[in-house]
Design a protein around this ligand. Sequence first.
Ligand code: ADP
Ligand code: MG
Length: 293
Amino acid sequence: MIEQMSEPAGAADRPSPSFPPSLPGPIGVPAVQVSGVTKTFRTRAGLVEALADVDLSVAEGEFVALLGPSGCGKSTLLRVIADLETSTTGEVEVFGKTAARAREDQDYGIAFQQAGLLPWRTVAANVALPLELHDLPRKQRKERVAHLLDLVGLGDFAQHHPDQLSGGMQQRVAIARSLAEQPRLLLMDEPFGALDEMTRERMQAELARICAETGAAVVFVTHSIPEAVFLADRVVVMSPRPGRITGVVATGIGREVPRDDALREDRAFFAKVTEVREALHGSPVTGVGREER
Ligand code: ADP
Ligand code: MG
């Protein structure tokens, strides 16, 4: 399936919000408010109930991971939030606006599994696209693109075309593009799924750093438990058929805690990974603590 693109809106120079770790819920207008959303697809084989009774609030500056097995409706939920799919029932608000209005206003950046780059544009021109659409002056545009490409480790590939890059490199271009305008909200669907493990860990750390710097809220789809715990303030656990939220685990890892290798080796981190795994499987796992090394 070809994922559609939307360009993020500028929110530069906003002060980073600070909120306590494991904030239970949003203060003021949430970045995302999903209320009573269901989604049923009509297929030739019959009806597919992809989402049932989904309620979710994401605060400004909060990082929420959507975690669940393949087919549980994670992408559908993200696409409903992004207004790329309409819900069958229920409502979605983004910064207090309808999902459709937020899309028109380009209030968020999107990075999906498929990079979705324009093949005839260079790497630099792909990243520059959202900035061009918002008429950023040429000089600033060039500087911003150079900065973003450095950020994702592709400074030397600015003049290459997408088909000259590996899948993982294309994905990094897409991530740079989603960050181009420092959006207040990022919607990401397994953006690191195609990356090798080392690059993936580096990109996770970069994303966490960028979010801490810009104060962006993130809804991040993944099926990796450690990735969800490493990045998120809250991990929202979903179950399949029909997709519904079955658990929410606050990681308790504050935004001020650096997302680095030390965190990955922290006992508290392993304990959270175990807690999330149990939430996912619905029962305690035996042998808890075995990975605490
Ligand atoms: P996930 O991202 O968690 O793997 P999806 O949101 O992609 O799950 O899919 C949830 C369910 O909805 C699956 O059963 C899938 O086959 C179905 N589905 C998703 N998109 C469509 C579509 N456009 N038409 C019909 N069924 C769909
Ligand atoms: Mg998916």
